[in-house]
Design a binder for this molecule. Structure first.
Ligand SMILES: Cc1cc2nc3c(=O)[nH]c(=O)nc-3n(C[C@H](O)[C@H](O)[C@H](O)COP(=O)(O)OP(=O)(O)OC[C@H]3O[C@@H](n4cnc5c(N)ncnc54)[C@H](O)[C@@H]3O)c2cc1C
Ligand SMILES: Cc1cc2nc3c(=O)[nH]c(=O)nc-3n(C[C@H](O)[C@H](O)[C@H](O)COP(=O)(O)O)c2cc1C
Length: 767
């Protein structure tokens, strides 16, 4: 094959090498606009896995690269005069220039034709002499942009400004240095990649960059400014740019996140940064470029594989890898873009949050990397939760939590779950056993299902209520059992179904109207949940007054029943949620329009409940923090204001759910998928939050809590099949200080022993 590679960066060179290795008969020309030694940037970092891939593909260049790597294990986070060092992170780095020289030499050795100072054209008609044209010309690929409508190119320009510099100061650890100036925070990412060279990237928010006047500052002055701000980390070394041809502020960049729907068109194939980028804070752009090159060469040379099939396979496999990495990279990018949220954390928690920012590194990953450091974090977390120094480390999930006068034993919560098993709103033995078992399972707090404040406020005929004397007596029996037989506290979730009422029980069809016996429904406006649901009656003032008095009556009964806490359900498209989301609130009066107006009725309800609920007992509010409809609905940023409004009115905790407010919404599912909203509301709004949604491992829970992303963690479905989830988690983590019903003690001891044995066996097998 005759192949033209546009671009002699890591992708182009390594692809050329990989093709020649597989078939020396290929003719490969690499066209690079720069000279062999000109290159932007400084060092690149890799993981051990990347090196293994390079060794497997080409031991000759792989071993040279491997032998030249600078290795380091430590990460230092400098903030507010403190340095937090953690170890075991295992990075390797090499100078970009050196890497390119190694690849150039190897390419020459294999017979690749390298053409430097050769500007390549971006029209495919210029390349008719070649079978394949490889766009390896980096993130600003001109040939990709020319054919962008065929390739589905999506470019997102991220907000922060950064400058990529180098220095002769040799950093012993990967260093993050945060400095607070009157104009805002600025920070550096620095790491060694050579015997006497380090990369030094300076980053800041665009507002800070504007205030510092970089738009009108010459390159030299900007570098001198960076040197003076970070002088204490540089030990007298200067900072250097190797893009000295750039004038004025051109040295400052905004990261461009690139994705392409299609990676090939006619005989053009995208490779490396031309096809995708990953934010520099995750350091994997070069790794992706090299791995793309290996895969592409492999499919193109596989005997019997047609070109189209080869390219489909290349795109499918590499795109999956890229998406995974871009997901982590996006988390990491956003962490730096929303840094303001975390800056008042204590340094140890700030460092933990930084290390876990991409969500690829979890609590247990950190334990594997640096057990001693993680135990410092755990002791810090427990000491803070208990208000006195703690010597023994313990998992964050087993830290107590206080809400007003209510003391929770731990941070695990059984999330509200409708059981659709009541008759005329009256709970029964099913509920006694259901809640009783989950209370005995060790969670610190147990929520009831949505308990409805009136018969018409029920979702289904099977929903539980709190509006009749028999409801009060049955709930009193259940609460009494929970208090007598466990250390769990119990919270009553009160709600009104609104437009989603008069529907079938869950397992007969969610939100499907009853076959017969439907009752009329009401909402903020005449917007049905779906074309199959009833048109709700827009609420009148008289309706509002009636509903408020129903919530107040229910909250009083809840107190009488002995509940420890009460939650107002203002999420998921039910009555109060129908007011909050603009998708369903079309009112023209003072209850519609602005957020303040949309919140007016839900807040009237909440304030009336709060006034009727004892001051010593806490209240939470469940909200949908994202309608998953972009700017048309509630966004996470607006949810911060919603959370604030309820806490200003006396809520102690925001229970952060999302969605179910609009039938056509498109949620982005994944593990812990709603936790970012709990994080945003907590740390921007300075509000206590509870995270929920596809959280199912002990590691998820500990990571969320230690990183300060939420104060409590609720799990619903995991508790359906495993009521003893918390006891099992305690046994798995060898945590003994948990309240266990004495009747079950023997089982717990055996479980802990067996799990330990399994862990030891797994470790022995691994060794
Ligand atoms: C601040 C920063 C830090 C980074 N840190 C890391 C890191 O630590 N680890 C890591 O793995 N990656 C890192 N990267 C990413 C990394 O630089 C890229 O992902 C990687 O270089 C991609 O390789 P590539 O060959 O696809 O593109 P490039 O390296 O951009 O190479 C493209 C080449 O094409 C040439 N070219 C472009 N147009 C033409 C043309 N028309 N004619 C001829 N030649 C042309 C260019 O001169 C260039 O040499 C970082 C990036 C940035 C911006
Ligand atoms: C069977 C079932 C019933 C639910 N009923 C309620 C409810 O009554 N009130 C409520 O706020 N959320 C309800 N939810 C939502 C859960 O509380 C939780 O937010 C959701 O299931 C996501 O958490 P998970 O991934 O841990 O299951 C219900 C969920 C399930 C699975």
């Amino acid at each position: 094959m005759r192949i033209a590679c546009i671009g002699g960066g890591p992708a182009g060179l390594y692809f050329a090498i990989s093709m020649k290795l597989r078939d020396a008969a290929h003719h490969v020309d690499v066209f690079e606009r720069n000279r062999p030694d000109d290159t932007f940037g400084w060092g690149v970092v890799f993981s051990d896995q990347t090196v293994e891939n390079l060794m497997a593909n080409d031991p000759a260049s792989g071993s040279v690269i491997r032998d030249e790597f600078a290795h380091w294990d430590d990460i230092d986070v400098h903030i507010r005069g403190q340095t937090i060092r953690s170890s075991g992170h295992g990075f390797i780095g090499i100078g970009r220039k050196r890497l390119l020289n190694i690849l150039q030499e190897r390419a020459r050795e294999l017979g690749v034709q390298l053409h430097f100072e050769s500007e390549a054209g971006s029209d495919l008609d210029d390349w008719t002499a070649y079978d394949l044209v490889i766009a390896a010309d980096g993130a600003n690929s001109r040939i990709r942009d020319r054919y962008q409508q065929h390739l589905g190119v999506d470019i997102q320009v991220r907000r922060n400004k950064f400058i990529w510099l180098g220095t002769h100061k040799v950093f012993g650890a990967f260093t993050f240095a945060f400095e607070h100036l009157p104009e805002g925070w600025v920070w550096a990412h620095a790491y060694r990649f050579d015997d006497d060279l380090s990369t030094f990237i300076v980053e800041m928010e665009p507002e800070t960059w504007d205030r510092l006047g970089f738009a009108d500052m010459e390159q030299k002055a900007a570098i001198a400014w960076c040197e003076s701000v970070f002088a204490k980390y540089l030990d007298g070394h200067s900072l250097m740019s190797n893009a000295s041809h750039l004038r004025g502020s051109a040295l400052w960049l905004n990261f461009r996140r690139i994705v392409c729907d299609r990676w090939f068109y006619r005989n053009l194939i995208l490779l490396g940064d031309a096809a995708h980028t990953a934010h520099f804070s995750i350091g994997s752009g070069t790794k992706l470029a090299l791995e793309d090159a290996i895969k592409l060469a492999e499919v193109l040379n596989r005997p019997g594989l047609a070109r189209e099939d080869a390219l489909q396979e290349y795109q499918a496999e590499r795109n999956l890898e890229v998406l995974k990495l871009q997901n982590s990279a996006r988390n990491s990018t956003e962490w730096f873009e929303t840094l303001e949220r975390y800056l008042d954390f204590e340094p140890i928690q700030f460092a933990y949050s930084l290390l876990t920012r991409s969500q690829r590194v979890s609590h247990e990953n950190l334990r594997l990397r640096d057990k001693a450091w993680l135990e410092v974090v755990e002791r810090w977390f427990q000491s803070k939760a208990r208000g006195s120094p703690v010597n023994e480390p313990a998992p964050p999930m087993f830290a107590p939590y206080r809400l007003r006068e209510l003391q929770l034993e731990n941070r695990i919560v059984v999330s509200p779950m409708a059981m659709y098993s009541a008759e005329d709103g009256t709970p029964n033995d099913f509920h006694l056993v259901h809640y009783g078992t989950r209370a005995q399972g060790g969670a610190g707090l147990l929520y009831t299902e949505m308990t409805c404040v009136s018969a018409d406020g029920r979702i289904t005929p099977g929903c539980a209520g709190m509006y009749a004397p028999e409801h009060l007596s049955e709930w009193t029996r259940i609460v009494g059992f929970v208090h007598a037989n466990s250390a769990a506290k119990i919270c009553l979730q009160l709600g009104h179904s609104g437009p989603k009422g008069s529907t079938k029980v869950g397992w007969e069809g969610y939100d499907v109207p009853l076959d017969s016996g439907n009752w009329p429904v009401m909402a903020a406006s005449d917007v049905p949940w779906s074309p199959n649901n009833q048109h709700p009656r827009p609420m009148t003032r008289a309706d509002m007054d009636e509903v408020i008095s129903q919530f107040v009556a229910a909250v009083r009964m809840g107190n009488e029943a002995g509940f420890d806490m009460c939650e107002l359900h203002a999420a998921h498209g039910y009555l109060l949620s129908s007011f909050i989301t603009p998708l369903t609130n079309k009112r023209a009066d003072e209850y519609g329009g602005s957020l303040e107006n949309r919140l007016r009725f839900p807040l009237e309800v909440f304030r009336a409940m709060r006034a009727a609920w004892p001051a010593a007992k806490p209240m939470s509010v469940r909200i949908s923090a994202n309608d998953w409809m972009g700017e048309l609905g509630v966004t996470p940023s607006e949810a911060v204001l919603v959370g604030r409004a309820f806490t200003d009115a006396g809520a102690d905790l925001i229970d952060v759910s999302a969605g179910q407010t609009w039938a056509e919404c498109t949620p982005v599912y994944g593990r812990m998928f709603q936790t970012p909203f709990a994080d945003q509301i907590r740390n921007e709004g300075k509000i206590a939050t509870m995270a929920v949604g596809n959280i199912y491992e002990t590691d998820h829970v500990n990571s969320i809590l230690a990183a300060g992303r939420a104060d409590l963690v609720a799990m619903a479905r995991p508790h359906l099949v495993d009521p003893m989830w918390t006891l099992r988690a305690a046994a798995a983590q060898e945590y003994r200080d948990i309240a266990i019903p004495p009747q079950y003690l023997a089982g717990m001891t055996q479980l802990a022993r067996n799990l330990k044995r399994e862990q030891e066996l797994a470790a022995a097998l691994k060794a």
